[in-house]
Ligand binder design. Sequence first.
Ligand SMILES: [Zn+2]
Ligand SMILES: [Zn+2]
Length: 385
Amino acid sequence: MDTESIEGLIKLRRELHARAELSGMEADTAAYLREALSSTSPAELREGIAGNGLLAVYDSGQPGPTVLLRCDMDALPIPEDTDLPYASRDPGASHRCGHDGHMAIMLGVADFVAGSGLARGRSLLLFQPSEETGEGAAMVISDQAFADLEIDYAFALHNMPGFPINSVVVRAGAYAAASRGLIVSYHGGFSHAAEPEKGTSPTPAAAFLMLELGRLPQSATALEDNSKVTVIHANLGSRAFGTSPGEAVVMATLRSYTEEAMKRLADRAVGLAESLGDTYGLRTETSWTEPFPATINDGECVRIVEEAASGMGLQVINPGRTFPWSEDFGHFTAKFPGALFGLGAGEDHPNVHSHRYDFPDRILPTGVGIFEEILQNLLGTGSDR
Ligand SMILES: [Zn+2]
Ligand SMILES: [Zn+2]
């Protein structure tokens, strides 16, 4: 890639960085992308998918496979306390997961496809909203504007601090864990703190629940399922020394490497919450949020990624384990043959979701290059016609 193209990518990435928007609110970002994609003259540009999502369709007009490449659009509710010249304009939102970089890479791919054309089949470039809340992928898949598409291969990348710069991190099978958030609300009765017996305090139920949730994986799942339950928030009564509490909320994140183990863990967690509520005379409500399925990589798709990476002379790393974090690309791999792979962001690069994180611009050309190579291998370019 020439210097001018690389500088163009960096500029795009920084423009997108400054527009950081939270999940479901990516309107400015979508407007910017629409403008950029229009200049690549896709056969179709579908907008408003799952809210602010966009899908650019590039069609060779010839028979052949349909290849979906997906990137994510949303930022995180982490304040940007840097003095970067391209710092987020919204003080409450910042691109601390690198989705700005993922979008810039995809715009680079759009330019490539527009410039060289495809020899066969179709390429779909998807800009997906609301990845961080685990909602976007499922919403895209159930959106009418997406439902008529038959997809043969689906690929996505995520930048990955902790791995050598520009390495490709991929493996077949379970790649990223399933996770979901549990919210337990206990409703009892308030009373004067001098007479707790006249109310129904949720204190013991909430306390036991917090302790027992952490122990659930021990009794509910097998060692190899690598399950974990983390209590992330709790609230009990109010800061009023004269009042015995009548309400409590406990929230926890459940994680597992397989869907079966997740289901078992989830059922047991709800059963535990309800039985503790019953024991202490409380009304119990449970609900779920941010459900991420496990991301299961297809063997053939992994081979395609490995081949593309080797073709570019990149180091391919098999992490030899499932990553404990979650990615909603799992919804795509559950429906289509697909693979999620990591693009090394540097061993010492600050981790995603941390205050010091900023997408490393020097992996932009590699990201574009690997997607180009995948498209070239599966669909050929116009010059192959
Ligand atoms: Zn993230
Ligand atoms: Zn991310």
